[in-house]
Design a protein around this ligand. Structure first.
Ligand code: ATP
Ligand code: MN
Length: 465
């Protein structure tokens, strides 16, 4: 007797299969009961909720049921009935059980509830089987889908920018090198430097820190594009908000001024938040109960309120007046730290904030210079609990100004010839931004460490799994 084709557990809660014979397959969360009857909670990842299997001990035998233990994979077949218990609306009165894979209770690490998130990171190969990571991974999927839907509905094209890059000039962070040379004995030039002309690409290559520069090339032809891909930063940032490998969404739009860029960023974040509230309700309710009691309230708040928009200069004035002991002192010209960003959002305005017009010295060469010759048309979106969630700008479209800025900031123009040429041929005003996918997920799930919103985090000194 085989179990046959499985139904997803999520579908069994819809109610229309009551009274029918159904088959389910999944992983046992718990088994409890008495001498006569066993209650097995089964989960297949299709929902946060387990289905209860009710099994007659006499029919299956105590020895057999011993192997139906936490973590084991089984299939079961039986009648779906309304449950008398208050905890679940339906249950299955099982007639057949098939064990696919046992999980020896003396060694299976996910025995009890309430393992710490730190411990779960050490068993990242098994943590998708916990309620928390099931919820996070389903939300991660829903957000990825919603991102593509949002842009597709707006007529933006998804562009695949390279992951291996030959340009050293993006300026967004330290780079990982990509090479096939023997690192113990690389070919060398007369001056002792490594001879990269003998490397795979005939030049130095790295993992990309951003798809923006290539995204700009596409926007200056297709008008509105976005990228959504992995990016890499070899910075030694051991914080709850930084990964060495993370995913970024980067829309880039021709004929957008900075204010259009801000409108898009705000609309986009509200859309994604609303999408999560509508489509991930049960997972959010679980995370709200487990980890962050203000999560759903905060998500609703963001969808219902306008973001505050102000200049970097105005923000500095507020921070200088604030009655706070800063770890990093504030004055005009400094780069804002997370403590400053969160003060503005959580204490001062109590709303998401978009900061604009930063000093040119602390921003990238490609950002459009303002008439004051001191600030650039940058925009950072700051969120509660997160700090910077989006960084963007209007881009410098003027060839002379761009060339001057590249010299000032030590960006080699020869190497970036292709980027400079777009300003020579049919240049146009354009803008864009980067949303860190895992920062978005921190916000939407209420988790507080970025290592807990990506299946296999890559951080300094950690590349397991
Ligand atoms: P931060 O100041 O927080 O380190 P950044 O200014 O270096 O960020 P950008 O280069 O502007 O970041 O990247 C765009 C977006 O990518 C950021 O707004 C953020 O959402 C996300 N991001 C940047 N660095 C990381 C990282 N190391 N891990 C995860 N997300 C990141
Ligand atoms: Mn930034």
């Amino acid at each position: 007797m085989t179990i046959g084709k499985r139904e997803k557990i999520v579908d069994l809660f819809k109610g229309d299969k009551i009274g029918k014979e159904v088959s389910v397959k999944g992983w046992v969360r718990t088994r409890r009961g008495n001498k006569n009857i066993a209650f097995i909670a089964l989960n297949d990842g299709s929902t946060i909720h387990n289905i209860q299997l009710v099994a007659d001990v006499e029919v299956f035998g105590e020895e057999f049921l011993k192997d139906v233990s936490t973590g084991a994979s089984i299939g079961a077949k039986g009648n779906l009935v309304e449950s008398s218990g208050a905890e679940q609306p339906v249950e299955i009165q099982v007639r057949h059980i098939e064990i696919y894979g046992k999980a020896d209770p003396s060694v299976y690490p996910l025995q009890k509830k309430g393992h710490s998130l730190e411990f779960l990171r050490e068993i990242a190969h098994l943590r998708p089987r916990t309620n928390t990571f099931g919820a996070v991974l389903r939300i991660r999927h829903a957000m990825a889908y919603a991102i593509h839907k949002y842009f597709n509905d707006k007529g933006f094209y998804y562009i695949h920018t390279p992951i291996i890059t030959g340009s050293d000039a993006e300026g967004a962070g330290a780079l990982f090198k990509v090479t096939t040379l023997d690192i113990n004995n690389p070919p060398r030039l007369q001056n002792g430097k490594v001879d990269f002309s003998q490397d795979f690409f005939g030049k130095e290559a790295k993992l990309t820190v951003s798809g923006q520069l290539e995204g700009e090339l596409a926007a200056l032809a297709l008008s509105e594009i976005y990228t959504f891909g992995p990016t890499f930063r070899a910075e030694n940032s051991n914080t709850p908000r930084h990964l060495a490998e993370f995913w970024m969404i980067e829309p880039e739009m021709a004929f957008y001024e900075i204010s259009d860029n801000m409108d898009l960023a705000e609309d986009f974040l509200k859309y994604l938040t609303r999408y999560a509230l509508e489509h991930c309700k049960e997972d959010l309710e679980f995370l709200n109960k487990m980890w962050d009691k203000e999560l759903i309230e905060r998500l609703k708040f963001v969808t219902e309120n306008s973001f505050v928009r102000l200049s970097y200069t105005e923000a500095i004035a507020i921070l200088e007046k604030a009655d706070m002991k800063w770890e990093f002192p504030v004055s005009w010209g400094v780069d804002l730290q997370s403590e400053h960003e969160r003060y503005l959002v959580e204490k001062h305005f109590k709303k998401p904030v978009i900061l604009t017009d930063y000093p040119k010295e602390i921003k990238a060469f490609y950002m459009k210079l303002n008439d004051d010759n001191k600030t650039v048309r940058a925009m950072d979106v700051l969120f509660p609990k997160i700090g910077e969630i989006i960084g963007g700008s209007q881009r410098e479209e003027n060839l002379e100004t761009l060339a001057r800025r590249m010299v000032e900031m030590g960006i080699p123009q020869e190497e970036m010839w292709w980027y400079v040429e777009t300003r020579k041929f049919g240049t146009a005003p354009h803008s864009g931004f980067g949303l860190g996918f895992e920062r978005l997920l921190l916000f939407v799930t209420g988790m507080s460490n970025i290592r807990d919103v990506i299946p296999f985090p890559r951080t300094p000194k950690n590349c397991e799994f």
